[in-house]
Write a protein that binds this ligand. Structure first.
Ligand SMILES: [Zn+2]
Ligand SMILES: [Zn+2]
Length: 627
């Protein structure tokens, strides 16, 4: 594989030498070549050697011809970088790179709904801009297989269709999603290896070995005639990765030496000092817990964290325990990861069916489960609540929660821990032992990456605003010019070339809510109604009126839901009815028979009345029938 990487590198070198040269020919056409060369050499003596090395590799006559031709070309276009998600939020990462008539899409993730999005299953990015520019799209490139990077693919592929390029495990996860949506036959998924280069219109994209909490993560070097952008995807720098595939720091340094136009880098942990610990450190902590343990062990973690899963399996094998798996995603991921060779050194006999666990003594068993985030329907949550069909937690259980709660999930996780402890189980979570490490780089790793890449422009991505800001400050500290750091927004177009970068216009962006089979049919009005209903309930008034006289023929009937318990509030309901009757009588006296007017003033007066009596504001729905 290293041979392949080398080959790619040398083509890249040639190409980028060409780009670099043409760049400053455009800038200072009138100045003599030699003078420019001299100036440049004085400014950046480091580049002299790099350049020399390149000239040796290239045919001088060919190069001179190219330069001559290049001299008479018009000014090159700008590269446009347009994030449609992932800025000022954690989730739905998607960035467009546009150069003249070519667009490529980098990642296509989803976001989980916030508490105020009642009934919403997931949130996807608004890709109207892509739909409008369908003919320009050359392909989609993916950094890794987490939901916030691939989750929206099936929804977006129903609106646009283009080939998807990703590494092996990521491809497998994408294909699963496409299959669920019956898109497997209509979308082309192309498997690539780290080191490969894919040409997409005027772009070429190089996949670079990275390191994160899911195997097969890559960074992307996106090359355009305007320059090269390195997009890190999610990363941490782990010098001792579980799969033995460290980040290709050498390649990043080489790109830095060639001259990077811009760096877009993961800001998740930008507020945290120091280094993120190696995934290996978790294995050591787990080993300590398994050592001499006589209890049954239950471990909860993210199913997609294959390296973590491998380390738990290693412990089970080492201490002679059988493994039972609980939770649909855990079963699926372990099956897929074993088939693809991402989980190794374990025999089929080590796994036992969850139905068979009663046949094994506690000290010979590990149960691996989902639910590390306290999700309502997950296996661990049900075990803690005592309503899991197959696993009953007892005081002879050691429960290890090998994950940190994602912001927003803290309360759910705490509840699960409390319930497990009330049963008498021993519970170990991250505050008690080092059984989890982050998959994202802290400040010192971010500094290393910035120092190797030495980009002209820096764009912090993948984070809330405060994280982007912290990352911007780190970049300033390592010497990136403050004027060259851009905190962007979803939908904003950042146009850049070697000489300048600036925000120009915006494109449509936003959140599309998915509820069941409905995509985008739940908007602000529906959400507002749901919030209203969830807070104060509903009162429905049904009455029949004589259309000629305006008299009440039958009713009013008052039905309420989520407002008060009717049996204990008969007086209130009676008062409500009286209020309606007197209101209707007033209309009758004034000879008002327009339904619209009657409905809305009935609503208003009842609303005031109910609020006065109860200090609640239920939704009021009058239904008036005429005879
Ligand atoms: Zn990730
Ligand atoms: Zn991510």
């Amino acid at each position: 594989m290293s041979g392949e990487v080398k080959r790619e590198n040398s083509t890249v070198n040639k190409k980028s030498a060409f780009v670099r040269k043409s760049r400053y020919y455009n800038k200072k056409k009138k100045v003599e070549n030699k003078e420019v060369e001299k100036k440049k050499e004085i400014k950046k003596p480091v580049h002299k050697e790099v350049k020399k090395a390149k000239t040796v590799n290239t045919d001088k006559r060919k190069e001179a011809k190219k330069e001559f031709k290049e001299d008479f070309q018009f000014k090159k276009s700008n590269l446009k970088i347009i994030p449609l998600g992932g800025i000022e939020e954690i989730g739905k990462n998607i960035t467009l790179f546009e150069y003249e008539d070519d667009i490529i899409i980098d990642d296509c993730g989803l976001e989980f709904p916030t508490d105020d999005m009642l009934g919403i299953d997931l949130v996807i990015p608004d890709v109207s801009y892509l739909v409008k520019n369908q003919d320009k799209i050359r392909g989609m490139v993916i950094t890794h297989g987490h939901e916030d990077h691939i989750g929206a693919i099936p929804y977006v592929m129903k609106q646009i269709n283009c080939p998807i390029y990703a590494t092996k495990l990521t491809c497998a996860l994408i294909r699963n999603k496409l299959e669920e949506h019956h898109l497997l036959n209509s979308v082309k998924v192309v498997e690539v290896d780290a080191g490969d280069v894919v040409n997409l219109g005027k772009f070429s994209v190089e996949f670079i070995q990275s390191c994160h909490s899911i195997p097969d993560s890559v960074m992307l070097a996106i090359k355009s005639p305007a320059g090269t952008v390195l997009h890190t995807g999610d990363f941490k720098i782990d010098y001792t990765p579980i799969d033995g595939k460290p980040m290709d720091l050498g390649r990043i340094a080489a790109l830095g030496n060639e001259g990077l136009l811009a760096l877009m880098s993961d800001s998740t942990n930008a507020e945290r000092r120091g280094f993120t610990l190696s995934e290996k450190s978790v294995g050591e902590a787990l080993d300590q817990l398994f050592l001499n343990c006589k209890k049954r062990i239950v471990v909860a973690t993210f199913a997609s964290n294959v390296h973590r899963v491998q380390q738990i399996i290693d412990c089970a094998v080492k201490y002679g325990r059988k493994i039972a798996i609980s939770g649909r995603s855990m079963i699926n991921v372990i099956k897929a990861a074993r088939e693809l060779g991402y989980i190794k050194n374990v025999k089929d006999e080590t796994f036992v069916d969850i139905d068979m666990i009663k046949n094994y003594p506690d000290e010979k068993l590990v149960i691996m489960t989902t639910g590390s985030q306290g999700e309502t329907m997950s296996a661990l949550t049900r075990m803690a609540a005592g309503d899991h069909k197959k696993v009953t937690i007892t005081p002879n259980d050691l429960v290890i929660i090998s994950a940190n709660p994602i912001p927003g999930n803290e309360k759910n996780v705490a509840k699960v821990i409390d319930e497990l402890m009330e049963i008498g189980a021993e519970v170990v979570y991250n505050t008690l032992a080092d059984i989890h490490v982050s998959g994202h780089a802290c400040q010192e790793e971010q500094k290393l990456l910035l120092s190797l890449a030495r980009p002209k422009y820096f764009i912090p991505v993948h984070g809330e605003y405060r994280q982007l800001l912290a990352h911007a400050k780190t970049a300033e500290m390592v010497g990136i010019d403050k004027r060259n750091i851009f905190i962007t927004h979803n939908g904003r177009i950042l146009e850049l070339n070697e000489n300048e970068a600036k925000f120009t216009t915006s494109v449509q962006s936003g959140k599309i809510l998915v509820d069941g089979l409905g995509v985008g049919d739940v908007g602000n009005i529906v959400l507002r109604d749901r919030q209203h209903l969830s807070q104060d309930g509903l009162i429905v008034i049904v009455l029949t009126m004589d259309s000629s006289t305006g008299e009440i023929v039958s009713g009013p009937d008052v039905i309420s839901r989520g407002f008060v318990y009717v049996r204990e509030s008969e007086n209130l309901m009676e008062e409500v009815k009286n209020q309606i009757r007197s209101e209707v009588q007033r209309f009758e006296e004034r000879h008002i028979t327009d339904w619209g007017t009657i409905k809305s003033s009935l609503k208003d007066s009842l609303r005031d009345f109910v609020f006065q009596k109860t200090k609640r504001d239920p939704m009021i729905l009058p239904i008036i029938m005429e005879v």
